[in-house]
Design a protein around this ligand. Structure first.
Ligand SMILES: Nc1ncnc2c1ncn2[C@@H]1O[C@H](COP(=O)(O)OP(=O)(O)OP(=O)(O)O)[C@@H](O)[C@H]1O
Ligand SMILES: [Mg+2]
Length: 1080
């Protein structure tokens, strides 16, 4: 079974054995030994299967920390060492996960640790269940109900310093998630006799001590209380304080708890007022007072106390006083009032105190229930925690002990029912092989007490209701009659009793052999306590109270609602509530905590074997182990079992079609669980070892995780695939669009390229065609031209004979004509200006027109000159004639000429006629003077110049003195032959005279003048006109001049004369006169 090993186990580091089932050898001694060993090692919890044995350590152990809570949380029962948390966890989880209502049954005798255990369970559940503001408040209220109820319902007893004096069953309600919703508390029979009287060494209920020590002064004053316990009769004095208990601090805790649970401040105040009233009632004392008619009567001794109580609960003092003094009995519409004697008055007082207190306690429970009640009406799961007073055996056992032990008897019964009998019966029922195990069944004791016809309680009720004198003795008598034969009933009074000589059994007692031991009950008070009567006067008095709480506690005091029927007896009520409780518990899945008290001294580290042994015995723990060892740890009907584990096997998962049992068989076989580990019952599968179950559970958990992972995987796969498909679709769409777009683009590109290529090709083709066409055209043209020429040639050849002789000439003429036409027209447009000196002339167009062109130019020039001339006057004409004459004579012959061209020929420069200086001269010259000017006459001897007036008239020329005007020479023009001069720029000239004439005597004249050209020209012209003969004009650089007889040569040389620019004449010798002319 290596596969089945769990990681941690209660077997790890075990002290003794953690589970008594594993105990070897199984015997009482070894059982005790094991418990003791574990107890010594602080291991106070031990299992018997799923039952937890708890041994009270009487000291606080560090095993309830939050870390421990975490450790045990959600762990399997056997995984860790035994602990009460493990049981609580198991119960809570099976409530939450399997929807099973749970009950935690905590049993054990007084002081064994039941109340502590119940609180541990509750606190564990509170720690592990849901969280949140609302949930936390519910939890807090549930937990805080404990200190309140303990203050009012617990007291110090000889067995337990915090003994529960009431039974408590609390249902904690959860929602489907396992979050607490609220709770309901049921209380069972408070031991109210403790209010008025406590056995030695015991205390009254805690609340009295807490109030007196913890309440602030002003509160005490308000309640009319004093701090001193000894002031109060109801408080037992011998053990007023408890070791290690701080009543004052607890009072604050309680008040705080009340606040948390939801008590209003005035409610708390009212409760404390009632508590004070109860306490003070004990201080009311009575004194006897004789009356005339001899009947005893009582009076309240100290009315002050009474007054204070009345003030506290708002009752008129006289009303209460009267209720303590009289008793009214109503019978058949008749009211009979009897006085109460002192004893009766005390009885009434105590009865009132007890009633007041117990009713207050019930009210508290109801009030708490109101607060912790679940708010929702949804279906709830319930966990019941039963903490009832433990089995107790005192020296003096009364009605209360009887009731308490009866209750424990019933619990034992239910334990036996469920664990021992029921289990064994089930094996038989299911046909499982089983050897019966003997155990003590206490049903017989229960029957002795509760049997409806002859049970002790029934007889007590009968006795109480019976008319006539009834007393505890008559009740015992009756018991003796009826129960004498019962094997668990012992009494000395019955006839033939085998106990007649048993001195441990007094006469006024009976003894019952309970499952947990024999208990001797003193019958005294049984009837009274069972009747539980409060004089009507008292309840009516209470009802009249103005104190709301007190009034509400006594609804039976309302005179309008008088009920003549007797109220049910205490025993009857208790039996009924126990029956309901049992019924309730049977519907739930039980979880047992069996508390064991290790010693009687409330001391740590002490383990009294005999005491423990006794408890082990009466708790039936040995039998428990035996049954457990022989039996099976777990059973379940096939259907839910298959349903729970079917995922562990392929054949059964997900559906098994067929009977559930076969399914389970297949399942277990498949899982290879050893055959001895389980058995098949008729309707259930039995699993022997819890570990097998846990193994199954672990596998299931693992499988569930795998399945969850599978579901997750498939879901994720599906999700991813859907997403993938979506993406794929999207991708295809996108790709399609993109491709379309790309193709479009590509197509466009190709198209435009094609168009380009096409256009080039077409262009090329067209050009080719064009070229061809052009070529063709040229060919045709050429052909045409050739043909034309050819035809022309042909025609000309044919026609040559007809016009060859003159055609050419005609054509030539025509052409020439055309050319000439064009030439003239162009020339006409290009004509130069009319100025005779304009030398421009258009260029000739054709070479052959050269001559014409030059001629035309000449003609045009002549014509232009003529036109110019035509514009002249006679005078001007004469002048130009003269100039022309000069030109003809000197141009290009004499270097002086060009300078004369620009000078107009004035002729008369001296104005002789006008000048008075020459008046004489003018008179001598009658003729018109053609020229008058000053010239230089060159002396023939030395060549020096002398100025002379030169006058030319029509017939002669004259030389006169410049100053005097006296004529020196006069020569007729006809005597002149020639005039000589050089070709150079000088003004020297010689005038020659004919030989043989008068004038010749004097010789030739050598003159010089700047106006040589004008003088010579005029001389020439005048000579010509007057003589009709021309004079000779000689131009040479060497000429001969006739001076008187001899001839002198005048030679002109180039050089630079002394006087600069003027030519100078110098006589070189007789024959030579040299004129130096400056170089040009
Ligand atoms: N687990 C525990 N750890 C420490 N101390 C414990 C534990 N259980 C019980 N005690 C001590 O034992 C005392 C008595 O326990 P408890 O009040 O639970 O007994 P009980 O079984 O309820 O008795 P009764 O029947 O009288 O009410 C407690 O006050 C406490 O001091
Ligand atoms: Mg208790």
């Amino acid at each position: 079974m290596s596969k089945m090993e769990v990681k941690t186990s209660l077997l790890d580091n075990m002290i003794g054995v953690g589970d008594m089932v594993l105990l070897e050898p199984l015997a009482e001694e070894s059982f005790l030994e094991n418990l003791k060993k574990r107890f010594d090692h602080n291991e106070i919890y031990t299992y018997i299967g799923s039952v937890v044995i708890s041994v009270n350590p009487y000291r606080s152990l560090p095993i309830y920390s939050p870390e421990k809570v975490e450790e045990y949380r959600n762990r399997n029962f056997y995984e860790l060492s035994p602990h009460i948390f493990s049981l609580a966890d198991e119960a809570y989880r099976s409530l939450r996960d399997q929807d099973k209502d749970q009950c935690i049954l905590i049993t054990g005798e007084s002081g064994a640790g039941k109340t502590e255990a119940s609180k541990l369970v509750m606190s564990y559940v509170a720690a592990v269940c849901g969280k949140g503001a609302e949930v936390n408040q519910v939890k807090e209220q549930l937990l805080q109900s404990n200190p309140v109820l303990e203050a009012f319902g617990n007291a110090k007893t000889v067995r337990n310093d915090n003994s529960s004096r009431f039974g408590k069953y609390m249902d904690i309600e959860f929602d489907f998630k396992g979050d607490p919703l609220g709770g309901v508390i049921s209380n069972y029979l408070l031991e109210k006799s403790r209010v008025v009287k406590q056995p030695r060494g015991e205390r009254n209920f805690h609340v009295f001590y807490q109030l007196l020590s913890g309440a602030p002064d002003d509160m005490l004053k308000k309640l009319n209380l004093e701090r001193d316990f000894s002031k109060y009769n109801y408080l037992g004095l011998d053990s007023a304080t408890v070791n290690g208990v701080d009543d004052a601090a607890n009072f604050r805790t309680v008040r705080n708890a009340m606040q948390i649970v939801g008590f209003m401040d005035d409610e708390t105040q009212s409760v404390l007022e009632v508590v004070s009233a109860v306490l003070k009632l004990g201080n009311i004392e009575f004194k006897p007072e004789s009356r005339v008619n001899g009947l005893d009567e009582s009076r309240v001794k100290d009315k002050n106390e009474l007054k204070e109580i009345c003030e506290l609960i708002g009752i008129e003092q006289t009303v209460l006083e009267r209720a303590f003094s009289f008793r009214t009995v109503e019978a058949k519409q008749e009211k009979v009032s009897t006085t109460l004697n002192v004893a009766q008055a005390y009885y009434a007082r105590d009865a009132l105190a007890k009633n007041l207190y117990s009713r207050l306690f019930s009210w508290l429970v109801n009030r708490i229930n109101e607060s912790i009640k679940a708010q929702t009406k949804t279906r709830k799961k319930v966990m019941g925690v039963l903490d009832i007073y433990g089995f107790e055996i005192f020296e003096d056992n009364s009605f209360e002990q009887f009731i308490i032990n009866y209750c424990n008897e019933k619990l034992q019964q239910i334990f036996i029912e469920l664990t021992l009998r029921e289990e064994q019966e089930e094996y038989i029922r299911e046909g499982i092989e089983w050897t019966h195990i003997d155990y003590f069944n206490n049903a017989i004791i229960c029957d002795l007490i509760e049997n409806n016809t002859n049970g002790i309680l029934a007889m007590l009720d009968e006795e109480c209701l019976r008319p006539g004198t009834v007393s505890d003795e008559t009740f015992l008598e009756k018991l003796n009659q009826i129960c004498a034969g019962h094997e668990h009933f012992e009494s000395r009074m019955s006839k033939n009793s085998k106990f007649l000589n048993d001195h441990t059994l007094p006469h006024n007692c009976f003894r019952i052999q309970h499952y947990a031991g024999k208990v001797l009950y003193r019958v005294e008070g049984f009837v009274d306590k069972n009747n539980d009567l409060l004089y009507r006067d008292l309840s009516q008095a209470m009802w009249k109270a103005s104190h709301n709480l007190v009034k509400s506690l006594f609804p039976d005091g309302n005179p309008t609602k008088i009920n003549l029927k007797r109220p049910p007896t205490a025993g009857f009520q208790f039996k009924a509530s126990v029956a309901t409780l049992m019924k309730n518990l049977l519907t739930k899945n039980p979880n047992y905590i069996r508390c064991i008290k290790p010693n009687d001294k409330k001391a740590a580290h002490i383990f009294t074997d005999s005491l423990v042994c006794h408890q082990v015995r009466y708790l039936g723990l040995m039998e428990n182990v035996r049954v457990r060892r022989a039996g099976y740890a777990f059973r379940q009907t096939y259907e839910p079992c298959l349903e729970r584990y079917k995922m562990l096997c392929k054949q059964t998962w997900p559906h098994w079609r067929g009977p559930a049992r076969e399914g389970v068989e297949v399942l277990l076989k498949d899982l290879q669980i050893p055959r001895e580990e389980y058995s098949y019952g008729r309707s259930k599968i039995f699993i022997r070892n819890p570990r097998t179950l846990f193994h199954l559970e672990d596998q299931r958990k693992q499988r569930l995780q795998d399945l969850a992972a599978l579901i997750q995987k498939i879901y994720r796969g599906w999700k991813c695939r859907t997403r993938f498909l979506l993406m794929k679709r999207s991708q295809i769409t996108v790709a399609a669009w993109y491709r379309r777009y790309a193709q479009q683009k590509k197509y466009q590109r190709i198209k435009s390229s094609a168009i380009v290529v096409q256009s080039y090709i077409r262009g090329w083709k067209s050009r080719k065609i064009l070229r061809e066409l052009k070529y063709q055209k040229r060919c045709t043209e050429a052909v045409t031209t050739i043909a034309a020429y050819w035809h022309g040639t042909q025609v000309r050849r044919d026609y040559r004979k007809f016009f060859r002789a003159n055609a050419g000439k005609k054509i030539y003429e025509f052409t020439i004509q055309r050319i000439m036409q064009k030439y003239f027209l162009e020339l006409k447009n290009k004509m130069p200006s009319m100025s005779p000196i304009d030398k421009t002339w258009p260029a000739r167009p054709y070479l052959f027109l050269e001559a014409t062109h030059t001629e035309l130019r000449r003609i045009f020039h002549l014509w232009r000159c003529k036109k110019y001339r035509d514009l002249f006057t006679e005078q001007k004409k004469a002048i130009y004639d003269e100039k022309l004459e000069a030109s003809e004579m000197f141009k290009d012959k004499k270097a002086l000429y060009p300078s004369s061209v620009g000078q107009p020929f004035q002729g008369d420069y001296l104005e002789i006629s006008k000048n008075p200086k020459y008046q004489k001269l003018s008179t001598l010259v009658e003729e018109k003077i053609i020229l008058a000017d000053i010239v230089n006459k060159i002396n023939r001897a030395n060549g020096k110049a002398t100025p002379r007036i030169f006058l030319l008239t029509k017939n002669s020329f004259l030389l006169a003195d410049q100053k005097s005007g006296q004529i020196k020479s006069s020569v007729p023009l006809s005597d002149l032959t020639s005039a000589s001069m050089s070709a150079q720029t000088d003004g020297f000239f010689a005038v020659r005279v004919k030989e043989g004439t008068p004038a010749a005597a004097k010789g030739d004249f050598l003159l010089s003048s700047d106006r040589l050209i004008e003088i010579v020209t005029k001389l020439y012209r005048t000579c010509l006109s007057s003589t009709k003969e021309k004079i000779n004009i000689e131009i040479s650089d060497e000429f001969l001049v006739q001076f008187k007889q001899d001839k002198v040569c005048v030679k002109f040389v180039q050089g630079s004369p002394k006087n600069g620019s003027v030519a100078a004449c110098k006589r070189k010798n007789n024959r030579l006169l040299e004129v130096a002319v400056p170089s040009p």
